[in-house]
Design a protein around this ligand. Structure first.
Ligand SMILES: *Cc1c(COP(=O)(O)O)cnc(C)c1O
Length: 231
């Protein structure tokens, strides 16, 4: 069943890309597995899925230890500096960098592990009080700082648009993120693959794919509703 859900999401992304004249091959469907059991992840893994997203460091670390080693683990949740060390050895990409101090901690832990860690800057595109992320005004300074760090690779931008029943309302934020990535005009995000634009969740990933998302983060539409009472 999860496999069918994933296929439906892929199909919707493909159709959105066709409407927008984009190459659907450029869009990663990130399966957001937070709170979901290993059995669910294994089912999707058997169907070929390799990119999984998690929000909580402890859960991410445990899943990485138990599940197949070729899974690409994306940290998408708010990250505390004192927890970076637990994921630095293996994390594939950190989507939620929103301060110089967090970037500096990632630099230190990446260096200790002799690696470079790809990161995205989280942008609070709708200026929501409840959301993490930098404002568009703060973006250039943080981007310039990250570009100066030898073990942190600035790969692009991420945003979480407001929750809405009407995904069309979020189109403006996705468009803004795509424009910000172009405006930044930084060496590191203008490689041949172009910048990563991590945007679009279950309720709005279709609009995000139309607006240039290269990574949709989909939980509920693949795994079903989350039950937080057990965790
Ligand atoms: C939980 C979460 C998602 C997935 O949300 P769904 O609505 O279940 O698809 C995506 N991005 C972030 C940052 C999340 O925390």
């Amino acid at each position: 069943m999860l496999k069918e859900n994933l296929e439906t999401v892929r199909e919707q992304v493909k159709e959105a890309c066709e409407r927008a004249g984009r190459d659907a091959g450029k869009v990663t469907v990130l399966a957001v597995s937070k709170t979901k059991p290993n059995a669910d992840i294994e089912e999707l893994y058997a169907a070929g899925q390799r990119d999984f997203g998690e929000n909580y460091v402890q859960e991410l670390k445990e899943k990485h230890e138990t599940l197949p080693k070729d899974i690409r683990w994306h940290m998408i949740g708010h990250l505390q500096r004192n927890k970076v060390k637990y994921i630095a050895p293996f994390v594939y990409m950190i989507h939620s960098v929103d301060s110089v101090s967090l970037a500096d901690t990632i630099e230190k832990e990446a260096a200790k592990n002799n690696r470079s860690i790809p990161v995205l800057i989280e942008v609070n595109a709708a200026h929501e009080d409840t959301k993490f992320g930098v404002t568009p005004d703060e973006l250039p300074a943080l981007a310039a700082h990250i570009e100066s760090l030898p073990h942190v690779e600035l790969a692009g931008l991420m945003t979480s648009a407001p929750y809405t029943e009407h995904p069309e309302e979020n189109r403006q934020y996705f468009r803004m993120l795509a424009e910000l990535a172009v405006d930044m005009n930084l060496q590191s995000v203008n490689n041949e693959k172009g910048p990563v634009l991590s945007m679009g969740m279950s309720n709005d990933y279709i609009v995000a794919a139309e607006e240039g998302s290269t990574c949709v983060r989909v939980g509920t539409s693949i795994f079903g509703a989350r039950d937080y009472s057990k965790s």
